[in-house]
Design a protein around this ligand. Sequence first.
Ligand code: NDP
Length: 270
Amino acid sequence: MTALPKTVDSFVPTNDQKDLPPLSVAVPRVCLVTGGTGGIGSAICKRLAKAGHVVATTYRNEEKARAWEAEMRKEGFTFHTYKCDVSNFEETQRVVKSVVADLGPVHVLINNAGITRDSTLRKMTIDQWRDVISNDLDSVFNVTRPVLDYMLETGFGRIINISSINGQKGQFGQANYAAAKAGMHGFTKALAQEVAKKGVTVNTVSPGYIDTDMIQAVPENIRQAIVAQIPVGRFGKPEDVAHVVSFLVAEESGFITGANISSNGGHFMD
Ligand code: NDP
């Protein structure tokens, strides 16, 4: 058996491996990640920056965003931050224009911002319903709409919508969230068909339970009950989701479009 090379540098191709195409180095792209200051968004921003891309992100909470920027700087990352409520169509149009004026056309859009307002339907208020639909689903239209023109002009685009396992299987107390997240994938499949010939791919990533602040706040006994249902035997990490996103962003992923990729430890198998 041939020993594996210890490092990439020590890899010497044998004759039959010489015909393999070289691994590509990422072409630097302008990426816009909504809700980058959150748990999963931070991991996505870092992963894209490490691949050499220029990363902009939107936020709502000023104080949280400033603390996040300081934390990121300590870790060696500089991101371009824009205050923008992505549930507001007019505000989003203005902010996308500013991003393009500052950084150039957006090539990669990660629709990641989202909220939950859980309640059984019998107790759900119209505000709980509307808040989730506007923050989690309307926002996808609001940001994708202005960004798409630039992608079509450039002839390259990657749109990745961060949905949820609960959009795939439903969840008690989350009729609003499940509807928004399932709607997101309908959007993905329709738009993927509209732009497939123009170098723009549109995909959904559906994370399972990811160990963010939200999960940390759940009582330990409930956390253990959730983990017991996950075949891999652990919660996901934000980096697990970021990995799938970076895979879809890659130049080589141009043949993947309209897909819904689960990152859920086997918790739900479609
Ligand atoms: P967080 O609550 O940590 O982060 C959410 C981010 O979205 C925050 O930065 C928040 O900014 C931003 N945001 C929300 N609404 C808006 C808005 N209207 N305009 C601008 N920014 C907004 O969540 P996670 O990182 O856990 O989740 C990220 C995505 O992944 C969400 O879409 C979520 O539904 C999905 N997901 C999460 C799972 C999990 O287990 N954590 C599982 C499956 C899916 P601010 O704080 O400034 O408002």
